[in-house]
Design a protein around this ligand. Structure first.
Ligand SMILES: Nc1ncnc2c1ncn2[C@@H]1O[C@H](COP(=O)(O)OP(=O)(O)OP(=O)(O)O)[C@@H](O)[C@H]1O
Length: 281
């Protein structure tokens, strides 16, 4: 099996990692992944394939069943302050009077818990910078619950950026957005990693808006995975091997469509290494 090259600057290192619950089959196993500064990794895969659980592991909320994980060269819990997290979205409570900038402030305060207090001016500057980074300055003082779904999602990203993270973990940030807003969210995250060298793990079911930005795809399916550049992973051949049954990746008017994903992927343990070798960068 080919291993990922790791070097001292890697933001995430998973080595021989497996994660499962109780006595059942692991969600994934033998996962080697190194994420470099500024790298954008799209995490794709069917419902229940363990994408959210992977992020929870990098946040220190979920221990591995096997293997090792480090974030910024430390344990995930020790690195938490420098990791921005956009959780799966819920719309804000329509009765909440909280303004957009207050929400971003919560993100900022949460990460500074236990650290020396900064002046109000410094705090405000950081919040303004996060709002500006996502293009939310114009609605910074509006009640968050009155904003559109797209605006609320940009705010969640600003909240995650308020701590000026070295690593950004996004869980389904495109859910229930139209294509225009999906592209806007992807572009904001892409700009962040380019301007600040922030590494990104971006979990999504919406493959088309994210693929133009992704350096690599980690595709999870039925206890297995493949990692590699977009043009190597998003092919009929690679996904057929991963799922263990015929899957077609076809292009329709410039959009990729994946057809034939089985309800219950069938695969053979001996296929595992071959898939990884084929698709890994
Ligand atoms: N603490 C837990 N205890 C037991 N099972 C869990 C726990 N957390 C997650 N699971 C299970 O692990 C599986 C993977 O969940 P996860 O949320 O990581 O999948 P996902 O790929 O993000 O799915 P989706 O695309 O639907 O969001 C699910 O079957 C879930 O029920």
């Amino acid at each position: 099996m080919m291993s990922e090259k790791v070097d001292g600057a890697d933001l995430v290192r998973l080595s021989g990692a497996a994660l499962g619950f109780d006595a059942g089959e692991p969600l994934w196993k033998d996962l080697d992944l190194a994420v470099r500064p500024g790298e954008f990794v799209a995490v794709l895969g069917a419902n229940g394939s363990g994408k959210t659980t992977l992020l929870r592991c990098l946040l220190g909320l979920q221990p591995l069943s096997a293997g090792t994980v480090s974030v910024l060269g430390r344990t995930p819990a020790a690195a938490r302050r420098e990791v921005g997290y956009v959780p799966q979205q819920r719309r804000f409570d329509p009765l909440t009077p909280v303004r957009a900038r207050d929400l971003v402030g919560y993100g900022y305060d949460g990460h500074r818990w236990g650290l020396p207090l900064l002046s109000r001016k410094q705090r405000r500057a950081r919040i303004d910078a996060a709002l500006a980074e996502v293009g939310a300055t114009r609605f910074a003082d509006a009640p968050a619950s009155r904003l559109s779904g797209g605006q609320q999602q940009l705010l969640r990203i600003a909240q995650a950026l308020a701590c000026d993270p070295a690593l950004l973990l996004c869980d389904e940030p495109l859910l229930s957005l139209d294509l225009h807003h999906q592209r806007e969210v992807c572009a904001v995250v892409d700009r962040r990693r380019r301007d600040h060298n922030t590494g990104v793990l971006f979990v999504t079911h919406e493959i088309n808006p994210v693929l133009p930005y992704a350096d690599r795809v980690l595709y999870l399916a039925g206890g297995r995975f493949t990692i590699g550049p977009v043009n190597e992973v998003m092919t009929s051949q690679t996904l057929t091997r991963l799922y263990g049954s015929p899957v077609d990746v076809i292009e329709v008017r410039g959009q990729l469509v994946v057809v034939g994903i089985p309800d219950h992927p069938v695969h053979h343990p001996e296929d595992h290494d071959e898939t990884q070798e084929t698709a890994q960068s």
